[in-house]
Design a binder for this molecule. Sequence first.
Ligand code: DGL
Length: 262
Amino acid sequence: MNTQAIGLFDSGVGGLSIWQAVKQVLPNEHTIYLADNLNAPYGEKSKDEIIALSEKNSEFLLNRNVKLIIVACNSASTNAIPHLRQKYKIPFIRIQPAIKPAGLQSKTKVIGLLATKATLQSTMLEELKQIIPTQDVEIVGKYGKGLVEIVENVAMEQPETYSLLNQYLQPMLAKNIDQLVLGCTHYPFLIPQMQQILGDKVRIIDPALPIARQAKRILTEFDLLAPANQKANHIFYANKSIKALQVILQQYPDSVIQMHDF
Ligand code: DGL
């Protein structure tokens, strides 16, 4: 089983922010990445719709014999993880908004959370707020409407991007945030633009590396790590368009990108 791939899925290219960290932390692992861009954005869908899509995506990956699945999407993780873990036998790694580390490190005791509607409305976010020591921390949540589409169109440098980001981030700055949690895996692709607006007093928290390290811990625990001499291969599937995958993955020439119906 150790030579089997790690599976990842997202509604599009957002999960590549996680995939890049996985490649860095686990360089010998084969990966299979699924971009369900036919059904993007997930953040606008109901919990039941997200569960059904997450099931379909997981089965696509399981049919390709993956040994572990990283749900590289906050909207799917916060809404579908309990269901997936109950239904399938392999380990699932979830992404959750990093409000705990942000709360612990905040000096102003005000943190920003930019996320999709589905994540902001999820019961998991509510539970997360209850169990972490952030009682004395104010969370300023904003729905980043339109940002997923910008990243899917690889249009990060357009003026519209800055006007949307200003619309979401200025109210957070006015409340004196010093940490910004990115609650959607698409948003790390906008960090340079966000940092220009936020300046250097606000730290942006991208959960990619901790997630990749968590995947490594789980693979180690289950004795599933790839052999140290394995040369990794990386396959990417999309069901509507492979354009954004091609643009973002051009710096990784060992990637194989394919259109696939599923
Ligand atoms: N990248 C996903 C997330 O982290 C999905 C965004 C979307 O499709 O709305 O939530």
